[in-house]
Design a binder for this molecule. Sequence first.
Ligand SMILES: Nc1ncnc2c1ncn2[C@@H]1O[C@H](COP(=O)(O)OP(=O)(O)O)[C@@H](O)[C@H]1O
Ligand SMILES: [Mg+2]
Length: 242
Amino acid sequence: MSLLEVRQLSMRFGGVQALERVSFTVAEGKIIGLMGANGAGKTTLFSLIAGNERPSSGEILFENQSLAGLRPDQVCRRGVARTFQVVRPFAGLTVIENVTTAALFGMRRYRDRAQARDAAAAVLQELELGDRAEALAGSLTLSGQKRLEVARALATGARLVLLDEVMAGLTPMEVEAMLLTLRTLHRTRGLTLVVIEHVMRALMQLSDEILVLHSGRLIAQGEPPAVASDPEVLRLYFGEAA
Ligand SMILES: Nc1ncnc2c1ncn2[C@@H]1O[C@H](COP(=O)(O)OP(=O)(O)O)[C@@H](O)[C@H]1O
Ligand SMILES: [Mg+2]
């Protein structure tokens, strides 16, 4: 069954066609990699799915139900969470308070704040942030802040998690560690992931399927080896010589 279905999705910002008739499906339990140069429309696609922006036209279905007109909190309670490319923690709250807030905001109905806090503590362990729980979110390193973004998305209880460049700016070792964490989360929680990433090698390793956006159009989709040898992708990524 497809968990997410995007049909003929278009988005225009003034004179900019950020997305043009983009269609694809995401099967439950898969990891989908989303590639494309800066300005290709990747973040816009997440904003439309998560309800942060309204599409100019087209449809988005989650579990066969339209998400049209829903606010971000309503989309979140259906089971879809996103991270933000530019991290947005409540810098003045502790790490665990940030995650507890997400748990209370999300789809899980915790009995009380204490129960939500226990759930948040468990998520922090999974993200290897357990020992930073009482630190202020604003004091984390970039890698820590990216992990906190993932923790907040997970704590909502979402089944579909949209990760926007959670490996950008990290050292190669931190990228490897994040990949390992994402694989573990995918396996243990049975999550479906859509992952935007510029580190192509990392994305190819992680993903079951790759989507490539270029100037708002979906120009390639398929298994990583097929996309890596697609003539149009090669031309765009490696120049005419390829
Ligand atoms: N809120 C907005 N207002 C106006 N233009 C926007 C807005 N968000 C994105 N855009 C434009 O849409 C295009 C796609 O942007 P974006 O989705 O952020 O690309 P990506 O994440 O692939 O780098 C860009 O040309 C960008 O400038
Ligand atoms: Mg982006």
